[in-house]
Design a protein around this ligand. Sequence first.
Ligand code: UDP
Ligand code: MG
Length: 329
Amino acid sequence: MNNMDISVVVPLFNEAESLPELESWIARVMDEHGFTYEILFINDGSTDDSWETIKRLSERNPNVKGVSFRRNYGKSPALNTGFARARGNVVITMDADLQDSPDEIPELYRMITEDGYDLVSGWKQKRYDPLSKTIPTKLFNATARKVSGIHNLHDFNCGLKAYRGKVVKHIEVYGDMHRYIPYLAKNAGFTRIGEKVVHHQARKYGKSKFGLDRFVNGYLDLATLWFTNRFGVKPMHFFGLLGSLMFLLGLVAVTVLGATKLYHLCNGIPYILVTDSPYFYLALVMMILGTQLFLTGFLGELIVRNSPRRNDYEIEEEIRINNRTDNER
Ligand code: UDP
Ligand code: MG
């Protein structure tokens, strides 16, 4: 491994006023504790002079590095880009708006290197955000805990997190998936996930970049992650089961329909047209839906079959006799 202690990854979008303060605070904490470090500022297409500020900071402090997107992509793409470049043994992510405190870094670092956590997530136990944000957040976290099975986390989406270096190289954050990084890490086999209560401050400069749509999108993303994690390489197990159930229900409805009609015919009881019975419509809808679900399953399987990542596994260790490869044997 390399010998840089910490990479601090900071995604930012129009945060020019906060940056100098943030940089000098991080530098102060790092120097006090004697850490070797880098600060990776990922400028997510800011339209203010964030990038000029970062360039100025990097001239003063050689540990400051930066990447600038031509346009705004979102927090997840910014984090992913930072993760790809991070070289530290421990990677810390934090927001640029000074809501997270760099004073937490030494303890987070210790929890990774000494307590053996793969990932430590901050918990803003006392939040300085409007109620319109904190109440939905509670609901959101409860759902995320349930679906992901990571029961010990109170705050999935905290911007302040610490990772063992290799964790960030094995997870891919895209879209808006930064809300579920602990779940992504768990799915990649990193299960030692911890939490640390962190101080939180009200935003000093600028304004929040996320509105209430985050909750709608957040739930949709959670559903996506749950689905791709469970059925990503076996979609037929999902669609096939639903399709079969639907089809069976349809079949039952048809049977009931046919049998009643036959019974009435044979016994000379007056009967109605099958199309006048509600069962007819139920059977029709169920059978069509069932078939379509099945076809969706087949299509899913075709897509998986052609995906180059269908056999991508997280290999932790391997023993090979005399380090020979298969070809040499
Ligand atoms: N951010 C980003 N790209 C975006 C939106 C936000 O890089 O498209 C950054 C933002 O500059 C900040 C962090 O993500 O450093 C968290 O954003 P914000 O503080 O607005 O979120 P909140 O604290 O309100 O959840
Ligand atoms: Mg913030």
